[in-house]
Design a protein around this ligand. Structure first.
Ligand SMILES: Nc1ncnc2c1ncn2[C@@H]1O[C@H](COP(=O)(O)OP(=O)(O)O)[C@@H](O)[C@H]1O
Ligand SMILES: [Mg+2]
Length: 271
C-alpha cells in the first residue's frame, strides 16, 4: 500500500517580495489531508498571493512548497498543468461568464479540458448543480441570480473536474448572513462528501471558526498563530485577540500608512 503523508502541502521558510514590499518573510504552514484549513489575515497580508504561490503562478524568492510529496519548483510545465488540474478554485469574485447560462458556466471546464459527450457533460453538470442545490437554476442566466446563488454556481464549477483540493479565496465576501451560512455548510459538505482537502482563505473569522478544522493567522509575513478555532480563541497574544474579536485597532494598525494627517489636511505638502 502506498503510504500517503498526512501533510498535503508543506510550506517551509517561504519568502516572497513584490517590488519593495516583503509579503512573506519566513512563512511555515502545513496543510493536512482531508481537513479544512483556514488561512486568515487582514486584507493585504498576502493570502491571495499565497494561493498563487501554491499553484506556482508565482515563484518564491526562497523557501520550499511541497504539494503531495513533490517540491513544486522541480515540476516541468506538463507536470505543473497536471498538478493544477487537481485543484479546484473558487476565486475571490467567483466570476461567472455573464453571457452564457448557469449550465454552460458549469460545463465550461469540461468542454475546455475533456472530450466527454454532451450526454455525459449534462449528467456531470446536473449532478454538481444538484450538490449545491441549484439544479433547478440550470437554465437561468447569471444576471438572474442572487449573490449567494452565483457563489454556489461558481462552487459547482470549481468541483466539476472532480478536484482533490478545493481552494476558496474569500468565499463569504459580500454575502448576506443567510447566504453565508449556506456557503459555510457547503464548504463542509464538499470537503466531507467528496473526500477532498480544502483551503479556505478569509478575513471573516466568525465564519471560519464554525467550519475550519485548523487555522493559520498570518501577520507581517509570518504565521502569528495557528491551531483549531478553539485554540486560537484561547490564544492570548494581543494580535490574535485583536483579530479574533474584530477590534479595529491593536497591533495591526487601523490606518494604512499615510502622510501626517494634520499636515495633509492643512495642505502643507500641496505646494
Ligand atoms: N499584482 C501585484 N503587483 C504588485 N503588488 C501586488 C500585486 N498583487 C498584490 N500585491 C501586493 O501584495 C500584498 C498582498 O496582496 P494579497 O495577496 O492580494 O493580499 P490579501 O489577499 O491577503 O488581501 C499587498 O501589499 C498587495 O498590495
Ligand atoms: Mg485576497
Amino acid at each position: 500500500m502506498v503510504s500517503e503523508s498526512e501533510n498535503l502541502i508543506e510550506i517551509t521558510d517561504l519568502c516572497f517580495s513584490r517590488g519593495a514590499r516583503q509579503v512573506f518573510n519566513g512563512l511555515n504552514i502545513n496543510i493536512k489531508r482531508g481537513l479544512i484549513t483556514a488561512i486568515m489575515g487582514p486584507s493585504g497580508t498576502g493570502k491571495t498571493t499565497l494561493l498563487r504561490l501554491i499553484t506556482r503562478q508565482l515563484i518564491p524568492d526562497s523557501g520550499t512548497i511541497i504539494v503531495d510529496g513533490v517540491d513544486i519548483s522541480t515540476l516541468n510545465r506538463a507536470d505543473l498543468y497536471k498538478l493544477r488540474r487537481r485543484f479546484g478554485m473558487l476565486f475571490q469574485n467567483g466570476a461567472l461568464l455573464t453571457d452564457i447560462s448557469v449550465f454552460e458556466n458549469v460545463a465550461f471546464p469540461l468542454r475546455e479540458h475533456t472530450n466527454l459527450s454532451n450526454r455525459l457533460i449534462r449528467h456531470v453538470v446536473l449532478t454538481k448543480l444538484h450538490a449545491v442545490g441549484l439544479r433547478g437554476a440550470a437554465d437561468m442566466m447569471p444576471s438572474q441570480l442572487s449573490g449567494g446563488m452565483a457563489r454556489r454556481v461558481a462552487l459547482a464549477r470549481a468541483i466539476v473536474m472532480d478536484p482533490e483540493f478545493l481552494i476558496y479565496d474569500e468565499p463569504f465576501v459580500g454575502l448576506d448572513p443567510i447566504s453565508m451560512g449556506v456557503i459555510v455548510r457547503l464548504v463542509r459538505k464538499m470537503n466531507d462528501a467528496l473526500d477532498i482537502s480544502s483551503i479556505l482563505v478569509s478575513h471573516d473569522v466568525d465564519e471560519i471558526a464554525t467550519v475550519a478544522d485548523c487555522s493559520y493567522l498570518i501577520s507581517d509575513g509570518k504565521v502569528a498563530a495557528s491551531g483549531s478555532p478553539e485554540e486560537l480563541q484561547k490564544a492570548s497574544s494581543a494580535l490574535v485577540q485583536q483579530f479574533m474579536h474584530g477590534m479595529a485597532d491593536g497591533p495591526v494598525a487601523f490606518h494604512f500608512e499615510a502622510p501626517d494627517y494634520t499636515e495633509q489636511l492643512l495642505g502643507r505638502d500641496a505646494d
